[in-house]
Ligand binder design. Sequence first.
Ligand code: AKB
Length: 326
Amino acid sequence: MGTHTARRVLVTGALGQIGSELTLGLKDRYGADNVIATDIQPDTKKKLSGDVPFALLDVLKIENVEAVVQKYKVNTIYHLAALLSAVAERKPREGWDINMMGLLNVLDAARANKCSLFFPSSIGAFGPSTPQDGTPQDTVQRPESMYGVTKVAGELLCDYYFKRFGMDTRGVRFPGIISNGTLPGGGTTDYAVEIFYAAIKERRYTCFLKQGTSLDMMYMPDAIKAAIGVMEADPAKLKHRNSFNVTAMHFTPEMLAAEIRKHIEGFTMDYRVDPMRQRIADSWPNYMDDSAAREEWGWSPDFNLAAMTEDMIRVLGAKHVQGLLS
Ligand code: AKB
């Protein structure tokens, strides 16, 4: 992808698992002066603040959201600040407040300042009554987790702002994201990241989901590609705007373990199931149909299970040798 200078982008939740890598992807795409990273926490580990401007931002304070949007004259917002599924399930009231009120504040600030908005929905927006195999783009959405409730409401809210106010809102339903930069912060799919760290450090892992639990997943480079791709898509070709199903692979814990074993001899895995996260995982799709994203804006992932596993082990293995694995 070449440099595209018309955008000035603000990222909320920029120190999180996706934010920390997407911010750098956006910097490569639009230039360091055109990307502003924000987070509720200071960048003490200097993950981003050497690369792009960084500002503290609590998305629950609308006046601060407005101020930062105006100060940096942004025209595009990637709103990633949110609680993930397991944390929101433990703290449902906080999950609702942060995920919904945060989105509403960002939507209003974006509308007032004529910004485009990216909102990440999730496989969590589906529930037990959704068809689980080849989950269609448009289907039953009755999630039973607080996270899922906020994701469906978020999808609807973004559609509402598009239809009612003509705002350029867009988004995807992310599957579990696998990455080697920042650890995920309390999701149901986190096992698929933890397993790599444990395999490299200890050659063993105890999985909190049971055998046979199939979920959609994606490697971080593809997640960045999806987030930028949907925002750059030709609007005339979009029949859907928010919440495109996107996936790159789906597997069960034992399939991932078998793939890792091809690289790390003697790797073993056992199971200690967390009933809360298992219940959530069981209510999510086994695999989604992402043909709408493929047809409407050319979505196509680069990494399958084998390629992702090889790359994760290469990158984390090198960090381990340098003593950099936490
Ligand atoms: C989670 O597990 O909560 C997230 C997600 C799939 O949205 N990774």
